[in-house]
Design a protein around this ligand. Structure first.
Ligand code: ZN
Length: 401
């Protein structure tokens, strides 16, 4: 490697860190990502603003806050990605494969993943738990700001502090997002979609979200943030007071080769009546098959999801499922014939398909099982609870025992 090349890598690495501040007192570590998608720079802008305010005012922090830029080459070109979607390649076998390639063999995004992966490992080595991860995004359609989480109780509890809607279960439809990788490690991690791409409101919402995240994670005392209430109000009014929990019930999948055109005017969280024409897909009209709620309709060229459909989760179901998980109800399930643990860590459940007929998908969702893989004889389900490092958060004010 030439000296010039080494310098170039160093420069890229220093610009990858938007800010990194540790307080005198040890405490939680808050890790914030912006621009994992290159056409979504609001997160980067908001992080730059907050870090410059933190440097000017220097409030005393407890623990550490780090702001990280995601896909730098794609951010420079204002494109979602250049070769691969950086938010779809964080599977464990995929990461191993990328790590085993030399830098010149890797694609643009594989190099970005490799750099980010190294950075995350360094943070784990240098800073103590508890860890909080937040990944900032925006959407191509107008939207209320919202949180997406993998459905573990620690994520639900932390997410419910913010005055915006929360979407569960999107991970079941997406392969390899960054946050699924972090969740697999058992840490609290939220995605925050702050608004529409390149809008001022998306930046403003992200700034407010960062301040609240610093307070709720314990990095910053509420009394040190004179604008605390202003930030709460900003998100509350931008979300129209909506802080409902929803779950994803359908993804309309598209490929690069498809001709997909969403009809104009749809916004996330819009109610749709049965029969509403939503899009054309390879010349065919796509209509709502029942009354439903549209989520993340696609109004850009790049992307593999045309739209999602969601539904509200009644609050009694949220409480009931939390109860079932706390008593580890799945330990009783494995007493039944045809149901067993598929690994020692008890995070995967194997269900014989003959038995699975008696239990529907919502039943397993209640227990915290989301990702489903089916082979000829068995259904394998992955539980988010078993991986969760609950003990790490037990002293946090928001943690429910
Ligand atoms: Zn995104």
């Amino acid at each position: 490697m030439t000296e010039q090349h080494t310098q170039l890598i160093k420069d890229t690495e220093t610009t990858r860190i938007i800010g990194h501040i540790s307080g005198k007192e040890p405490g939680p570590t808050l890790i914030l990502f912006g621009g994992i998608h290159g056409n979504e720079p609001s997160g980067v802008e908001a992080l730059e603003k907050v870090f410059s305010d933190l440097k000017a005012d220097t409030p005393e922090l407890t623990g550490t806050i780090v702001g990280i830029k995601g896909n730098i080459p794609a951010l420079l070109k204002k494109k979602r990605f250049l070769e691969h979607d950086l938010n779809r390649i964080w599977t464990l076998p995929g990461i191993d494969k990328i790590k085993n390639k030399s830098e010149s063999e890797r694609s643009v995004e594989e190099n970005e993943l490799s750099a980010l992966h190294q950075l995350i490992s360094d943070i784990f080595a240098k800073h103590p738990p508890p860890y909080y991860f937040i990944d900032f995004h925006t959407t191509s359609s107008p939207t209320l700001p919202f949180i997406t989480i993998n459905d573990a109780l620690i994520n639900r509890e932390f997410a419910s502090l913010f005055p915006v809607p929360v979407i569960l279960g999107i991970e079941e439809y997406l392969e390899g997002p960054l946050l699924s990788y972090i969740n697999g490690k058992g840490y609290v991690s939220l995605g925050f979609e702050s608004g529409q791409h390149f809008t001022q409101e998306a930046v403003t919402n992200t700034i407010s979200f960062i301040w609240l995240a610093m307070i709720y994670s314990g990095v910053l005392d509420k009394d040190m943030v004179p604008d605390y209430k202003k930030h709460l109000d900003q998100l509350r009014s931008s979300a129209n007071g909506n802080r409902i929990f929803y779950e994803v019930i359908h993804r309309h999948r598209i490929t690069n080769a498809d001709n997909f055109q969403m009809h104009p005017g749809f916004r996330s969280f819009d109610d749709l009546q049965k029969g509403t024409a939503m899009a054309t897909h390879n010349g065919k009209e796509i209509k709502a098959l029942k009354d439903t709620i549209v989520f993340m309709p696609l109004y850009q060229v790049q992307g593999e999801e045309g739209f999602f459909l969601i539904r509200k989760i009644p609050s009694w179901i949220l409480s009931f499922s939390a109860f079932l998980r706390r008593i580890k109800f799945d330990s009783f399930l494995v007493l039944l014939p045809g149901i067993s643990w598929s690994n020692h860590s008890r995070e995967k459940l194997m269900v014989n398909l003959k038995v699975a007929r008696f239990f529907n998908k919502p039943f397993f969702h209640l227990l915290g099982y989301r990702n489903r893989m089916v082979d000829e004889t068995h259904l394998t389900l992955i539980n988010r609870e078993q991986a969760s490092k609950n003990g790490m958060y037990k002293d946090a004010f928001w943690y429910k025992k």
